[in-house]
Design a protein around this ligand. Structure first.
Ligand code: SF4
Ligand code: SF4
Length: 393
């Protein structure tokens, strides 16, 4: 089975998004020695395919030289077990030089736009949109494949129609992300998208997606449908990510996920010590993540969605309670809302029944009918976008 290592070359970021929770001023940049340590660590850690995602802060702050050395070091050092790369960036620091190196390794890029220019700049700071689009042009010109994540906040959700239209009109595929409470802000809930509103947003977007299925791809909706019909999670939020996901911070510290990077109490070890799985399993953060898994088995035991939801994201659950497992992911309300909508619509399509008519059939393929209304249906989404072999991050 494959696993995932997020590399955080720096926690620094040139942007100043209002709801950000993961950047730090004056953060150091990872050295090439630390990258070499990552290779030595993983050569003996697990003999399985590994996907690296460069994340931040803003990873391109590390500069062209970093990637020129890091990519061949990782690719050559670990080619026997099989590797893949991805990178998440705001694109401001994209240059033709960096783009060419990333293209050489065929690295898919994820970036961020919150919708139309005015809205993006309001939430992410004046000039954000222009700088990201300038980087996007460089990336495109060098053959890189860029998709955008749209963060919906308590403010921007009021403009959901404009945001959807923006992505549709510009031919951009859409992946959405709900703003989380910022743990570094005096007023952490100010920008966070409340779970009830997140659920309604997902239902709205499902409806829009079905009306525009030939014009846009919405990864979250694809994933939610794949989760339900496949009976297993296809994104990290809906699988037991613990033990299969790691993040390495700028100084080589190992964490359970990029979301914990920079918080000393979540350090499980350091790549320079080449810890084994057994070593990491002795650390408190590892135990905490598995405590969450056990908690979900108990607390979500009666939920019909447990198999492909798995209690949601442990970071979302643990962070607001200062590292104690006291609940599942607070987005549970949203997950239930959208899973139930998918079940109801699928049943309507398959049996003309609607809510309460029993579970939809798994793996229905070939000539399944579309929705009775004539617009595309859930089955069309399932047919159009095949289930990924690997968990998406
Ligand atoms: S589910 Fe949450 S904690 Fe786990 S890998 Fe994904 S973002 Fe990180
Ligand atoms: S929908 Fe809620 S109760 Fe059900 S498995 Fe997910 S987190 Fe648990």
């Amino acid at each position: 089975m494959s696993f995932h290592v997020m590399i955080i070359p720096t926690l620094g970021c040139p942007s100043n998004c209002k709801y950000c929770w993961s950047s730090e001023e004056d953060s150091p940049v990872m050295t090439t020695e630390t990258v070499e340590d990552i290779v030595k660590w993983l050569q003996n850690f697990r003999k399985e395919p590994v996907t690296f995602t460069f994340h931040g802060g803003e990873p391109l702050l590390a500069g062209a030289d970093f990637f020129r050395k890091a990519l061949p070091t990782l690719a050559d050092g670990l080619h026997e077990q099989g590797i893949a790369f991805a990178l998440q960036t705001n694109l401001w620091k994209m240059t033709p030089g960096i783009a060419q190196i990333l293209a050489e390794y065929n690295i898919p890029i994820g970036s961020s736009l919150d919708g139309p220019q005015e809205l993006t700049n309001f939430q992410r700071g004046e000039g954000y949109y222009e700088k990201t689009m300038a980087g996007y042009e460089i990336a495109k010109a060098n053959g890189l494949n860029v998709s955008f994540i749209c963060t919906f906040t308590s403010h921007s959700v009021k403009f959901k129609e404009d945001i959807f239209k923006f992505f549709l009109d510009n031919g951009l595929n859409l992946k959405l992300h709900p703003a989380l409470p910022s743990l570094r802000d005096d007023n952490p809930e100010k920008w966070a998208l409340p779970p009830e509103e997140y659920g309604e947003l997902l239902v709205y977007l499902l409806d829009q997606y079905l009306k525009n299925l030939n014009r846009i791809q919405m990864m979250n909706i694809d994933n939610l449908c794949q989760c339900y019909f496949g009976g297993r999670g296809t994104v990290c939020t809906f699988v037991d990510c613990m033990g299969d996901t790691f993040a390495v911070g700028p100084d080589g510290s190992i964490y359970p996920c990029y979301r914990f990077v920079g918080m000393p109490k979540y350090v499980m070890g350091n790549v320079r010590d080449q810890p084994t799985v057994e070593d990491l399993a002795k650390s408190e953060p590892w135990k905490l993540m598995f405590q969450f898994k056990d908690y979900v088995d108990k607390e979500c035991g009666d939920c019909t969605h447990i198999k492909y939801c798995r209690g949601g994201c442990p970071y979302n659950a643990i962070a607001p309670t200062e590292g104690e497992v006291k609940g599942v992911d607070p987005h549970c309300i949203a997950y239930k809302r959208i899973f139930e909508e998918i079940v109801d619509q699928a049943n309507e399509e398959l049996f003309g029944g609607g809510a309460g008519s029993g579970p939809a059939m798994f793996g229905f393929g070939g000539g399944a009918p579309s929705a009775p209304s004539g617009k595309a249906g859930i089955m069309d989404i399932v047919r159009k976008h095949s289930t990924p072999d690997e968990v998406q991050y």
